[in-house]
Write a protein that binds this ligand. Structure first.
Ligand SMILES: C[S@@+](CC[C@H](N)C(=O)[O-])C[C@H]1O[C@@H](n2cnc3c(N)ncnc32)[C@H](O)[C@@H]1O
Length: 217
């Protein structure tokens, strides 16, 4: 995703077994409940391409309402965890894919979902990412993106800002050492502008800890 893609991929590969701890944080449960409702409702009946699906927290939710889901990630370890979840409707497929090489994914999709992916993009790469997403969808497709808002005292502090305006966090993994990870927190205006550049009818929902951006292609 960023210009240090191997580092980001390695970080999430090592973090995979403990990744879902992030969804257990008590102060975020009310927002997560709302977010899960929105995501399930927005993607109901769609053939969904999920990018950077990770351990499948959202995959499971989307599969409960979508017609089908193809969940992808650049890393195998988180996707292996995603595959072990419960999908009673058997409407899932999985495959490896880089967020910047979605043209290599086969299938026909009416919607795309990416959770907690945007924040790891360099600012200069956001348009390239959105262009790839939009070109994978049938006309009048639906794009749904969710990510973190910066909440002082809850978010990992920003460690530095580079000359292009990208922000970074220092993260430590148990037994895995330290990483500096790109973590951008776009403003509402930046999100709407980006969506308007690639689609129509942008809608932004801002909760305390998360944002959800949806638009049509
Ligand atoms: C913050 S996690 C989000 C996982 C999941 N979407 C969620 O919301 O729970 C970011 C995910 O992006 C994946 N990833 C990192 N670089 C990637 C790339 N270049 N293309 C696709 N996925 C990537 C990681 O393996 C990781 O699973």
């Amino acid at each position: 995703m960023p210009d240090d893609p191997e580092i980001l991929a390695e970080y999430y590969r090592i973090r995979a077994p403990a990744y879902d701890d992030v969804y257990a944080r008590p102060e975020r449960q009310a927002d997560l409940l709302l977010l899960r409702r929105h995501v399930g409702s927005l993607l109901a009946g769609h053939d969904v391409l999920e990018i950077a699906a990770g351990t499948g927290y959202w995959t499971e939710r989307i599969a409960s309402t979508a017609r089908s889901v193809h969940a992808t990630d650049v890393n195998a370890p988180p996707l292996d965890i995603a595959k072990d979840r419960d999908y009673p409707r058997s409407n899932l497929s999985f495959g490896p894919a880089d967020a910047f090489a979605v043209d290599e994914i086969t299938g026909s999709f009416t919607a795309c979902f990416a959770g907690f992916c945007w924040s790891h993009l360099k600012l200069a790469d956001v348009d390239r990412f959105l262009h790839g997403v939009v070109t994978k969808l049938q006309p009048r497709g639906t794009v749904v993106l969710v990510d973190n808002r910066y909440v002082p005292g809850s978010s990992t502090p920003i460690s530095r800002t580079d000359s292009a305006g990208n922000t970074y966090q220092r993260r430590t993994l148990t037994g895995g050492g330290g990483y500096e990870i790109t973590k951008n927190f776009p403003s509402a205006g930046e999100l709407i502008d980006a969506a308007t550049g690639h689609g129509v009818e942008p809608r932004l929902i801002e909760l305390e800890f998360f944002w959800l951006l949806t638009f049509s292609t």
